[in-house]
Design a protein around this ligand. Structure first.
Ligand code: GLU
Ligand code: ZN
Length: 316
């Protein structure tokens, strides 16, 4: 009996061990902020003797720049951040997302919506709710039917309508962030019924990331804090789809001189990886941001030596 128990897998270390990932959208080359996420997730995977996968999140095709995918990979390699396994491209996973959408449809929790952003804004304004700039609008449920049912599979595939997730009442999601501690979000009041497939046919980040993280067996999600407010939605979808919940660790954001998050939209400058010396400089800046201390600071340190020291210093 005791023997049998000792053979059971430790639930906190799944069969295949730690699997982490870095999931950039190829809308621009890596900047100081995305390097922090890449380095943090890489170090966490290496420290835990795990795998680190690269997934290109090229779903929002109008915003993606094909050459950038290659550029991001070259930048990562120049910094010594190599990945295990084949690179995955979300643009090639539509079938998987559609299957997940159909499964959710079978759970009678989807409805179609034809509201434009302007219509939603107007409805919210008429209800006396104003949404601060830069914040997402909480969908007021305009198109939500009184009783939900499963829509025909063909209907779910049809375009011209967005498909939203009908949230149950009091949908409070709680989770533990490995860096930030206990987190909670009320999806009803803070998010509202969110979109899984847009009217132009594109699957949303929320659905795709959940499907891919599960398909790739990701156990640890280490990413920037700008994505923290998406986590509850993702956990909720994981539950419905019967996926395991990964562990989460959200990293401090890099802000520009105006206190805004560095992003491709604000035209953040790309990191300079023209040679070893510059790449190491970028890595050192990222490590400083991550709060890593006592790393070798000599001129002649190689990237490999530096990364090894950083791995030892990571969250110890
Ligand atoms: N593709 C997302 C981004 O570039 C990151 C997704 C994630 O790490 O969950 O912001
Ligand atoms: Zn609507």
């Amino acid at each position: 009996m005791i023997l049998a128990v000792s053979k059971l897998k430790n639930p906190s270390s799944p069969a295949g061990g730690y699997r982490g990932r870095f999931a950039p959208s190829p809308t621009g080359p890596l900047h100081a902020g995305s390097l922090v996420a890449a380095l943090g997730s890489w170090l966490d995977a290496r420290k835990n003797g795990g795998k680190w996968l690269l997934r290109i999140e090229d779903l929002d095709t109008p915003r993606c720049i094909p050459e950038v995918t290659q550029q991001i990979q070259s930048q990562l390699l120049a910094c010594g951040l190599s990945w295990d396994e084949e690179v995955i491209h979300q643009s090639q996973h539509h079938e998987a997302y559609l299957k997940a959408l159909e499964r959710l449809n079978g759970l009678e929790c989807l409805y179609s919506c034809t509201c434009s952003r302007q219509m939603i804004a107007n409805t919210l304004a008429s209800l006396g709710i104003d949404t601060p700039r830069n914040q997402e609008m909480v969908y007021p449920g305009t198109c939500r039917p009184a009783s939900l049912m499963s829509n025909g599979v063909e209907t779910v595939k049809s375009l011209q309508k967005a498909w939203r997730m009908a949230l149950p009442q009091n949908c409070l999601i709680e989770f533990e962030d490995l860096a930030l501690g206990p987190q909670s979000q009320n999806l009803n009041t803070e998010v509202g019924d969110f979109v899984l497939r847009r009217s132009d046919g594109l699957f949303t980040y929320q659905l795709a990331v959940v499907v891919d993280d599960a398909e790739q067996g990701i156990t640890h999600i280490v990413r920037g804090q700008d994505l923290l407010s998406n986590t509850a939605r993702q956990i909720y979808l994981q539950g419905l789809l019967g996926y395991e919940r990964p562990k989460y660790l959200h990293l401090p954001l890099v802000l520009d001189e105006h206190g805004e998050k560095l992003s491709k939209q604000t035209l953040a400058t790309q990191i300079n990886t023209q040679d070893q010396k510059h790449s190491l400089l970028e890595l050192r800046k990222a490590a400083k941001h991550l709060g890593l201390k006592n790393l070798p600071d000599g001129e002649n340190v190689t990237i490999a030596e530096w990364l090894l020291a950083a791995t030892h210093a990571w969250r110890s």
